[in-house]
Every structure is written in structure tokens, then in C-alpha cells.
Design a protein around this ligand. Structure first.
Ligand code: PFF
Length: 477
């Protein structure tokens, strides 16, 4: 316990909020949410997503931070510290999930480094609209994919090895406010575009016939992914939170910030798509590549054709995408490193080296699965036969990167979240939770009652029902 006593802490409320929202706001908001919203045809999907954030995401976030702060331990030892070592498997599941997510996430984060360099070139030499094929060729260049991913992992490791308050907190205190300002500027510019009205209608006019069970599972999975839930990241970050902070207050702030940024990212991107007719055409009829590449292919159009000051904003924007991604990769690596340090008393340097090396190994598989290696690009763990198990598990996704993405976000995170809610709702003593949440003090009674109801019934039943429906062979249109 002397370890816990000298454990580092966030300097205060703002330090935690910026670090935790740095973890939450990342490629999930800027890259993934816009393209899955596009693929799921907007409106109804957005509503389901918002419901998942409010009814499941927020209660799970409160639960995770509560476990972390109560024990001052990362996930695996936290369950031991609470006298329930059998639940440590939830923590281990989180560590595995973290390794898999970071493996593919670092590759995509690497794309932002390339976009940055590209934008600098355009700003200096003039803009030349890239073709869809150019992005495909970039993806298939195995060497650059591995190299960029490795660069990103190395950057992450350099920060994580330095610990909590000095590195992570100091960095996110600068990065997040700047990110917000740039987003705000882009949003105002989007409002002046012709496509703005169509973008809003696409996002907020629900058409429920267009969402199937697979879409609902995707919305649920993304709610976990975007809030960094279900794998112990918030348990780990929560373990550095000071006792005087209100867990409900800080969770609410992080969830709202994350949601607003995701929606604004969509408004910006869809306004551009609906403004430029040729772009709209490619997006609607182009293959999956153009939606996946939305952030990296579509956006430069706005910077260089429709925006005053685009030559400056273009490169700057990708620096910020990289920073948003970096504040998320830091938290992913921190989950693995903190577990090794807390559980096996490894030094931080050793833990960081071993974790980063392992993750790099998996990231090579992801990097080469975008066209460079035919075998890895067609990887389906459960076979390729139509209607087979891979269809149920991975919605027929092929390729290591797409497969890791789908399986972690849509299965491992919701399952992790399910275990965490069952644990907090049914295993952890109600009195402990009540005390940690400061019920009657910073947490009003009604909020406590609502949260209790959500973690005991709503969240586990909703997650369980969605998973059950999908396993039973829901539609996978
Ligand atoms: N929340 C991050 C994003 O939206 O990009 C991704 C993520 C980070 C997921 C950390 C899980 C995690 F533990």
C-alpha cells in the first residue's frame, strides 16, 4: 500500500478533465464517428448513439472512475484491492483490448503525420486535388504504413515513460484548448457553406427504417470506444484522481465534451461533402475506402478551396489530429504499462519497453493489411464462407486492421463494460459506491438513484440484449 501512498495524482479537476477528455477525444471523434455515421445514413444512428452515451456510456464512465479512485490502482490490482480477485480477469481483458486497439490506432494516427506533410507541400506549392487512387496507393505502401505507425508508437512511449503529471497532464493542458479553438473556427466556416443545411438534416432527421441491428451494435460499440470505456482506461486515469473531486461532475463534463466534438466533426465534414457535388458523388458511390479516408481525403478540399487562411489551417489541423490521437494513444499505453507496474512491480521503463514492443508487433500486421500483403488484407479469423462465423463476429470485415477495429469496439469494449456494470451494480458494496460518489454532497440523491438504476438494470440489460440479438443472427446489411 506504500506504493498507493506515493502514487502520482492529477494536479486538480482541470488536469483530470483535460487528460480524460484527451483520452476520449481522438480518432474516434474525428475519423471514425463521421464515417460510420455516413455509412449508417445519419439521423437514426446519431440518435441511437446519443442514447447509448447517456444511458450506458456515462454510467459506465462513473463506474470506472469510481473503481480507480477508490483503490488508487489500475484495473487488475484494483479488483484485488476491493477483495474480489476473481474479477481481475476484467482488467486483463482490458489490457488485451488495449494492445489490439493501440496496434491499429497507431497506424491510422500515422496517416495524420502524412497528411500534415502533404498539407505543408500544398500550402507552399499550391493545391492539387488528390484522386481516390492516391489514397489507396498510400495505404498499400507497406513500408510507410509500418514506419508511420512505429513513429506514432515511439512518440507515445516517450511520453508515457515519463509518468503522469509531468508528461501527460502538461501536454493535454495545451493541446485540448487549442484543438477546441480550431474546431470552433472550422465549424463557423462550415456554417457559411451551401451544404450546411443538408448536413444538419442528414445528421438530425432520423429515419428509423434505415437502421438495423448491426447499426445499433455499432452505435453501442462506438459509445464505448469514443469515451475510452470498457477496457480499464478510465479505471487507470481514475486512480490518479484526488479524493476531493466529484466523480459525477467530471464524468459528465468529459462525456459532453466528447459528444459535442464528435457531432461538430460530422457537421464540418458533411457540410463539405454536400457542398462539393463531385465529392458527394464519390462519397455516395465510391467504395469503403473513400468513407474510411474521409478525414484525410475529403477535408483538405475545404482548406484549400473554400476557406480563407486555409494554407495555415490545413497543416495546423493535422497537427491537431495527431495531438488528439496522441492524447488517446497515451491513455491506451498507460493501461498496459500501469498494469505491469502495479501488478508485477516492474519499473516504468521496462514496462513501457515490453508493452510498446508487443504492440508494435501487432501493428505491423495492421499496417500491412491495407493492401501491402494480400494474406493480411484478406484476413478473416473465422473463415470467409458466406454467412459463416466471421459474418456474425466481424460483420464480414476482412483484413487485420478492420478486424481488430471491429472486434475490439463492437465486442470486447461492450463486454468489458457489461462486466464493469455488473460488478459495480451487484458485487461492489453499495455503501462503498455511495461514499465514493459523495451522495448527498456533491452528488444529489436523484442522480445516485438514476445511476444505480442504470448500472444495475439499464446498462447490463441493454448491452446484453444487443449482443444477444446480434449473436442470434440479426441483420448485417
Ligand atoms: N476514445 C478514443 C477515441 O475516440 O479516439 C479511443 C480510445 C482511447 C479507446 C483509449 C479506448 C481507450 F482506452
Amino acid at each position: 500500500m506504500s506504493e498507493a501512498a506515493k502514487r502520482e495524482q492529477w494536479s486538480g479537476r482541470l488536469g483530470f478533465i483535460l487528460a480524460a477528455s484527451g483520452s476520449a477525444v481522438g480518432l474516434g471523434n474525428l475519423w471514425k464517428f463521421p464515417y460510420i455515421t455516413w455509412e449508417n445514413k445519419g439521423g437514426a444512428f446519431v440518435l441511437v448513439y446519443l442514447a447509448c452515451i447517456a444511458v450506458i456510456g456515462l454510467p459506465v464512465m462513473i463506474s470506472e472512475i469510481l473503481i480507480g479512485r477508490r483503490t488508487s490502482q489500475s484495473a487488475v490490482p484494483a479488483f484485488r484491492a476491493l477483495g474480489t480477485p476473481r474479477w481481475a480477469f476484467v482488467g486483463w481483458m482490458g489490457v488485451i483490448t488495449g494492445v489490439l486497439i493501440l496496434a491499429f490506432y497507431s497506424v491510422i494516427a500515422g496517416w495524420s503525420l502524412r497528411s500534415f506533410v502533404q498539407c505543408v507541400g500544398w500550402s507552399i506549392n499550391g493545391y492539387e486535388a488528390p484522386t481516390g487512387e492516391a489514397f489507396g496507393a498510400f495505404l498499400a505502401a507497406g513500408g510507410s504504413q509500418v514506419g508511420l505507425g512505429a513513429t506514432f508508437l515511439a512518440l507515445t512511449a516517450v511520453i508515457v515513460v515519463r509518468g503522469i503529471s509531468g508528461g501527460i497532464e502538461r501536454a493535454t493542458k495545451i493541446l485540448m484548448p487549442v484543438l477546441l479553438l480550431i474546431m470552433l473556427y472550422l465549424a463557423f466556416t462550415a456554417m457559411t457553406l451551401d451544404g450546411f443545411g443538408d448536413a444538419i438534416a442528414f445528421l438530425f432527421r432520423p429515419s428509423f427504417s434505415e437502421i438495423g441491428k448491426a447499426g445499433i451494435l455499432e452505435a453501442l460499440g462506438h459509445a464505448f470506444f469514443t469515451l475510452s470505456l470498457g477496457m480499464g482506461a478510465m479505471i487507470t486515469y481514475g486512480s490518479y484522481v484526488q479524493k476531493k473531486e466529484s466523480i459525477v461532475g467530471i464524468s459528465l463534463t468529459v462525456a459532453i465534451l466528447d459528444t459535442v466534438i464528435a457531432i461538430v466533426a460530422c457537421v464540418i465534414m458533411f457540410s463539405i461533402i454536400f457542398t462539393v457535388p463531385s465529392l458527394r458523388e464519390t462519397m455516395e458511390h465510391g467504395g469503403g475506402g473513400s468513407t474510411v479516408g474521409m478525414l484525410f481525403v475529403t477535408l483538405p478540399n475545404l482548406f484549400y478551396t473554400a476557406m480563407p487562411g486555409g494554407v495555415v489551417i490545413g497543416p495546423l489541423f493535422y497537427v491537431l489530429v495527431a495531438f488528439a490521437a496522441l492524447s488517446s494513444t497515451i491513455s491506451l499505453l498507460e493501461v498496459v504499462v500501469a498494469t505491469l507496474v502495479d501488478r508485477f512491480s516492474w519499473t516504468r521503463i521496462k514496462a513501457t519497453a515490453v508493452a510498446t514492443g508487443t504492440i508494435f508487433f501487432f501493428s505491423i500486421g495492421c499496417a500491412l493489411s491495407l493492401g501491402a500483403s494480400e494474406f493480411l488484407s484478406n484476413f478473416r479469423l473465422f473463415g470467409a464462407e458466406p454467412g459463416g462465423l466471421n459474418k456474425v463476429v466481424a460483420a464480414d470485415k476482412a483484413g487485420v486492421l478492420a478486424w481488430f477495429d471491429h472486434v475490439t469496439a463492437n465486442w470486447l469494449l461492450p463486454l468489458g463494460g457489461l462486466f464493469i456494470t455488473i460488478y459495480v451494480g451487484w458485487v461492489l458494496m453499495s455503501k462503498e459506491a455511495e461514499e465514493e460518489l459523495d451522495v448527498g454532497g456533491s452528488t444529489p440523491r436523484w442522480a445516485w438513484t438514476a445511476w444505480r438504476f442504470a448500472v444495475r438494470f439499464l446498462a447490463p440489460l441493454a448491452i446484453g440484449w444487443i449482443v444477444f440479438e446480434v449473436i442470434r443472427g440479426g441483420d448485417f446489411s
